[in-house]
Ligand binder design. Structure first.
Ligand code: 13P
Length: 247
């Protein structure tokens, strides 16, 4: 089976005091789930301290990295730097970066390939907007985003796919378990036919978008939902409840 995966994306939030508090909640929280991989993603500036102060069973991820080797790219952080700091994971292709910073499918595919080649593990985000869903193009959009990654990589063993419908992110409008399951199953089917049955069977597809302690259990029970990528609720004690929804 696929090991359940819970990621906490802190986005561009936190002061040093707030970060200390979140780390304390995570370190003191009672994790009852036995087979779950937990990764939290603070802003770059907090990564080294969070990594050093977190309980060892919780890993860290960066929220982004540059598309190629470092150099004259002011303001960017390279995959090599993350590796140098012992940061194992990176989130790539988050919808906020796609929408606000103009990251194209192809650019995200290049980033995923480069990060994997440097030895990082990648949480690759895909998902449709409300307009695209209402136009009936959800699967076309998600397939195109995934294809742009599949075109650039062959080894999927260090990739987790996060399905995050844009209309569910930060809106309080969580996808229903049936909506999430439908897209996850279609995406797994896409992987089966376009990549390989083995990659389809082993790759974790996690759901993100307004996940809370209250919605996590029913979503986690869906056969193709292999975990979560949590935004707002990952900054609160209920993140522990979401971890414990692991099934
Ligand atoms: P929210 O959980 O705040 O909706 O954010 C989801 C998300 O974008 C995680 O990457």
């Amino acid at each position: 089976g696929r090991k359940f995966f819970v990621g906490g994306n802190w986005k561009c939030n936190g002061t040093t005091d707030q970060v200390d508090k979140i780390v304390k909640v995570l370190n003191d929280g009672k994790i009852t789930a036995t087979n779950v991989e937990v990764v939290v993603s603070p802003p770059y500036v907090f990564l080294p301290t969070v990594k050093a102060s977190l309980r060892p069973e919780i890993q860290v991820a960066a929220q982004n990295c540059w598309v190629k080797k470092g150099g004259a790219f002011t303001g960017e952080v390279s995959a090599e730097m993350l590796v140098n700091l012992g940061i194992p994971w990176v989130i790539l292709g988050h919808s906020e970066r796609r929408a606000l910073l103009g990251e194209s499918n192809e650019f995200v595919g290049d980033k995923v390939a480069y990060a994997l080649a440097q030895g990082l593990k990648v949480i690759a985000c895909v998902g449709e907007t409300l307009e695209q869903r209402e136009a009936g193009s959800t699967m076309d959009v998600v397939a195109a985003q995934t294809k742009a990654i599949a075109d650039k990589i062959t080894d999927w063993s260090n990739v987790v796919i996060a399905y995050e419908p844009v209309w569910a992110i930060g809106t309080g409008k969580v996808a229903t378990p049936a909506q999430a399951q439908e897209v996850h199953a279609n995406l797994r089917d896409w992987l089966k036919t376009k990549v390989s049955p083995e990659v389809a069977e082993t790759t974790r597809i996690i759901y993100g978008g307004s996940v809370t302690g209250a919605s996590a259990n029913e979503l986690a029970a869906q056969p193709d939902v292999d975990g979560f990528l949590v935004g707002g609720a990952s900054l609160k004690p209920e993140f522990i409840d979401i971890i414990n929804a692991a099934s």
